[in-house]
Design a protein around this ligand. Sequence first.
Ligand code: KG4
Ligand code: ZN
Length: 343
Amino acid sequence: MIILAIETSCDETSASVLKSTGGRLELLSNVVSSQIDIHKQYGGVVPEVAARHHVQNINPVIMEALETAKIKPQKLSYLAVVSGPGLITSLIVGVEAAKALSVAWQKPLINVNHMYSHIAGNFLSKVEFPAVCLVVSGGHTELVLLKNYSQFKKIGQTVDDAAGEAFDKVAKLLGLGYPGGPAVALKATEFLISNFQFSKISLPRPLINSGDFNFSFSGLKTAVLYTAQKMKKKELEQRTSEICYEFQQAVVDVLVGKTMKAAQKHKVKTVLMAGGVAANKKLRESLRESVEAKGLKFGVPEFRLCTDNAAMVAIAGYYLAKKKRPSRDDWKKVKVNPNWELK
Ligand code: KG4
Ligand code: ZN
């Protein structure tokens, strides 16, 4: 099976070719054209600007993915595209391109949920089920219980801001720029390197003992704001890295704590992680340590497959195609759904 996948849910235009031989998956290409440098100047993603760049980039990115993979369109088994959740103006570019190619090349189109594609970033190697996956991105924070590669159930989610959103907002209020996650993580590391002591700042760990699997990060962000407001300009400059360290630790404590409770309650064999925030080194190390201490398996995609990319969409497409054989008319049913929630 050879799949060409397309991803345009936010500010990355991406296309990837995946080949499966007897169940062994091989990524032949994964082209990602990021707009981060463009949106940086606005302090966040501007939907209309993102859409215009997707329109410019989509054909060259798809062609590059095919050329790198050395695959002619006739050789493809299926196309796959993300139709939600995400920014409607961005999604529509990838979805319409995929539909047009489905009709022109006579290849069935597989409709992929963006959050499921993040989870599928873990499926390049074999997973022992049942598994629980912590999905942490810019727009979502969820715990998903997996029975197998394509059957799953959401067991908890954020009641307000997503973890990535909190990183981005904290970075903005501390003047660290966009995207916030890597900037805050870098500052936190700086604190660790220059101080062989614990942070004297204490921030809350929201909902850590709530007894359910929900999250809340809005109050934590506000606590950072109040902490920063109490400091004089010079003190804030000197202690920004300390605030970042404590903020990152608070997010990690909550995410790891709840994921481990879910793993225990549902007696899983494997704990997985996915989404842009899964690129955070501290979170990766802390979750791995806790999971392995319990004798469970741990999985997280390599860095480039954590933030938005089409390779994870191709992998998701592969498992969806195995579950239900796609047909050439499927493109007619694919509609952009910016609020498509995992059930
Ligand atoms: O999954 P993703 O690429 O896009 C969405 O679907 O939202 O996630 C982007 C999010 C942003 O909020 C970004 O700040 C965060 O992932 N992120 C990180 C790191 N790298 C990216 N957060 C914390 N630490 C990082 N190293
Ligand atoms: Zn994403």
